[in-house]
Ligand binder design. Structure first.
Ligand SMILES: NC(=O)c1ccc[n+]([C@@H]2O[C@H](COP(=O)([O-])OP(=O)(O)OC[C@H]3O[C@@H](n4cnc5c(N)ncnc54)[C@H](O)[C@@H]3O)[C@@H](O)[C@H]2O)c1
Length: 364
């Protein structure tokens, strides 16, 4: 089957990207500009120190297509949405650990802020579609009993008894079972988008990102989520890489270029109307494998096994058939290529390996 990408529909269109100055938002707006669209980035720009936005992401509060503001500002959001042909809602308190530490802050932005965006989109005549950015965290640890056939389940149990844990594959039709405040806010956002926009008949699509990585991703203090950026920065500073629980956890590592492409396809593909799609590679990658790929570029880096912290999910990987059918596309960048690109960028961008890393409690 031949799939036309429909991305040409974006030429000349005004696209509001909430969180548009962040890692993913800045990649989305860059790609939108290449496609001849007019992106507008609404962002508080407070998830990183200023140099990260300016020097690493290339975004400045004074840029003509940046609006420094908050998604909870009803008047501002109404005005920006009313002037938009499409909306990508990517603003969030996006750090899992920060959401756990400050649940009310997570609810403020990810729940109340999302409601404000949804109200504005529902009230606007001009918006052709909204994409809600969700996360694989809505799956939690998954539920193999629900997704696997009895035959597959028996085979899985046999394989597990021989090889240890077999990572689960997360399908879009599985019941959501978030295991974090962050995941809970994303699950709510998905259901609320369907409820509010379904009622007024405004088109929407939901994208569930797996583990996003790639330049210019930069670690946040107090967060341990972003394993490629984290390991590369530590190796760059000559620090050992810690493998919690031996690094057996798996992630589905998706490059930020692929995230941007998949999101824009969800924005315009006719088949994505009211759909929920994973954006993942369909390849499980262990944390140990990521460490080894980084180590290949910094051969003197030791790998140290450390205990598995409570609550660190063992993880799973994306089922991709629905994404391939609906978007007519799948991610292109392999983890080996993506790590090589990241390391090359880091070597040219030393500010991305911040000095506070040496003073972290886990620095040794
Ligand atoms: N990075 C990942 O691995 C990943 C995985 C799954 C989903 N996501 C989702 O993708 C989206 C983008 O994530 P990212 O990795 O680019 O994170 P990011 O922190 O780089 O970008 C998010 C941006 O939103 C802004 N923001 C926060 N609260 C706001 C508010 N109230 N009003 C306006 N702007 C606000 C922040 O200042 C930040 O610049 C988020 O919704 C996140 O939950 C990310």
């Amino acid at each position: 089957m031949h799939h036309h990408s429909n991305l040409s529909a974006l030429a000349g269109a005004t696209v509001l990207v909430t969180g548009g100055a962040g890692l993913i938002g800045s990649r989305l707006t860059a790609r939108l500009r290449d496609l001849g669209a007019r992106p507008v980035a609404l962002c508080t720009m407070n998830a990183y120190p200023e140099y990260v936005y300016a020097d690493l992401f290339g975004v400045h509060a004074e840029d003509p297509d940046v609006v420094l503001g908050d998604i909870r500002d009803t008047t501002l959001v109404r005005k920006l949405v009313a002037d938009s042909d499409y909306v990508i809602h990517a603003a969030a308190l996006a750090d899992v650990a920060a959401c756990t530490r400050e649940p009310l802050a997570a609810i403020d932005t990810n729940v109340a802020g999302t409601q404000n965006v949804l109200d504005a989109v529902a009230a606007a005549d001009r918006v052709r579609r909204m994409v809600f950015v969700s996360s694989a965290s809505v799956y939690g640890d998954g539920n193999p009993e629900e997704t696997d056939s009895p035959e597959l389940l028996t085979m899985r149990q046999l394989l597990e008894s021989v090889h240890g844990r077999i990572p689960p594959q997360f399908h879009e039709f599985t019941r959501m079972r978030p295991k974090s405040v962050y995941g809970n806010t994303k699950a709510w956002g998905e259901e609320q988008a369907a409820l509010v926009l379904g009622q007024v008949g405004t088109s929407y699509a939901i994208v569930r990102y797996f583990s996003v990585y790639g330049e210019p991703q930069t670690i946040k203090q107090g967060s341990h989520s972003w394993v490629v950026a984290w390991f590369a920065a530590r190796a760059h500073l000559g620090l050992p890489l810690h493998l919690n629980g031996g690094g057996r956890q798996v992630r589905d590592m998706v490059h930020v270029d692929d995230i941007a492409e998949g999101t824009l396809r969800a924005l315009v593909s006719p088949r994505a109307h009211t759909e929920t799609v994973n954006i993942g590679t369909g390849v499980p990658t262990s944390v140990r494998k990521v460490a080894q790929l980084v180590q290949a570029h910094y051969p003197n880096t030791p790998l140290l096994e450390t205990p598995l912290p409570a609550g660190d999910p063992l993880g799973g990987y994306a089922a991709t058939r629905r994404m391939e059918n609906i978007l007519g596309w799948k991610p292109k960048v392999t983890i080996t290529e993506g790590v090589a690109r990241y390391v090359k960028w880091l070597q040219n961008t030393p500010a991305a390996a911040p000095d506070w890393l040496r003073r972290e409690p886990t620095a040794a």
